[in-house]
Design a binder for this molecule. Structure first.
Ligand SMILES: [Ca+2]
Ligand SMILES: [Ca+2]
Length: 364
């Protein structure tokens, strides 16, 4: 049974400083009887080399370290063989041992860790300038080298630009209060002072990028009335349209709404004059999107559609007109029948007139 040791990384050991042995973490491991390293019986006794705990059990050998010169040096941790000591396992160990006191006899064992000894820094601050962004929370940190033998105090030249949020062991957290430049001064207990330039930059809102605008707008059902007699007013009853849009990250959803929910442009419509007129609907949100769709209504003269002049508009009128428009020369319409047949009043007899007469019959 015996020790292995591990050295925590990232500790500042400087030439001329006393080594901080609290950073040397040691752990007890148990070997099986034939001497193989056997993790599953580890007792989780971890402690620092600086503590007096278990001191009789091991020796720290730093004889190869030259404390006057920067470099990487081995440090040896050796067990003191045959020493019997009690170790406490607190809680059940990862490796299955129950909590309790274990009497462990030291076997002969040596561990090596590397000690990194560095030249003592010539400055206190790790950097001589810092840019921070004006923000609603502390956003800057200036670190110091690890001088365990010194005490520090800090001062901001212009406290309207930066304030000290809090001081920690080896540094200071800063909070930018307004845009500008000032200095942070550190004074060490040995009389040294040093300055770090702090620049607070204004906060710039990041540019937001949006998905391309997409708009969908369509008629769900046309109004009941699409054919008008002279003098009749427009009637949108029964007309529904559905619109939704995604623009600048926002959803606009009109669902299915009556035509009157949208902007209606019926400026072309003239109920004093037979003809076909376009009515336009626009689904829009100012600055975001605008989408327009249209449909047709027709204003007819009295008698329109009554091709055979029997005083009603019926399927036989449509059939008769269909034959005329396919140039069945045997059919002759009277001047009044011909006028009635030009349902859309465009001066021609076409299949469009047939279709519009059929729509009127079907009340479409
Ligand atoms: Ca008729
Ligand atoms: Ca026509």
């Amino acid at each position: 049974m015996g020790f292995v040791a591990n050295l925590s990384s990232g500790i500042d050991c400087y030439v001329g400083d006393e080594i901080d042995w609290t950073s040397f973490r040691l752990g007890l491991w148990v070997f099986d009887p034939i001497g193989e390293f056997y993790r599953s019986d580890m007792i989780e006794a971890q402690f620092s080399a600086a503590s007096e705990r278990y001191a009789p059990c091991f020796t720290l050998d730093t004889s190869e370290v030259d404390f006057t010169k920067a470099g990487e040096y081995p440090v040896y941790i050796r067990t003191n063989p045959d020493v019997i000591h009690e170790f406490e396992q607190i809680g059940k160990s990862l490796y299955g041992l129950n909590s309790g006191i274990y009497r462990v006899k030291m076997a002969e064992h040596e561990s090596k860790v590397m000690l990194s000894l560095r030249e003592k820094p010539t400055t206190l601050f790790r950097k001589d300038s810092l840019n921070i962004v004006l923000n609603s929370y502390p956003s800057g940190y200036v670190g110091l080298y690890n001088f365990s033998d010194l005490e520090f105090s800090f001062e901001i030249a212009n406290p309207e630009i930066v304030k000290i949020d809090r001081i920690v062991e080896n540094g200071v957290y800063l909070w930018g209060l307004s845009a500008g430049t000032t200095t942070l001064t550190v004074t060490a207990s040995d009389g040294r002072t040093e300055e770090c330039t702090i620049t607070v930059e204004p906060y710039v809102e990041p540019e937001t990028t949006y998905e391309p605008t997409s708009v969908s707008f369509q008629i769900v059902s046309l109004p009941d009335k699409l054919t008008y007699e002279i003098g009749e007013e427009l009637d949108f009853t029964g007309g529904y349209a559905e619109g939704y849009a995604h623009a600048q990250g926002i959803w606009f959803d009109a669902f299915t709404q009556p035509f009157t929910h949208y902007r209606i442009d019926s400026s072309d419509f003239d109920n004093t004059k037979p003809g076909v007129y376009e009515i336009r609907l626009t689904f829009e949100e100012e600055c975001y999107f605008s989408e327009t769709i249209s449909y047709e209504v027709i204003v007819v003269r009295p008698g329109a559609g009554d091709v055979d002049e029997d005083s009603e508009v019926s399927i036989s009128d449509a059939i008769l007109l269909a034959r005329v428009t396919t140039e069945d020369k045997s059919i002759e319409l009277t001047p009044a029948g011909r006028e009635n047949a030009d349902f859309d009043s465009d001066g021609r007899l076409t299949v469009q007139d047939v279709v519009r007469i059929l729509r009127k019959i079907a009340k479409l």
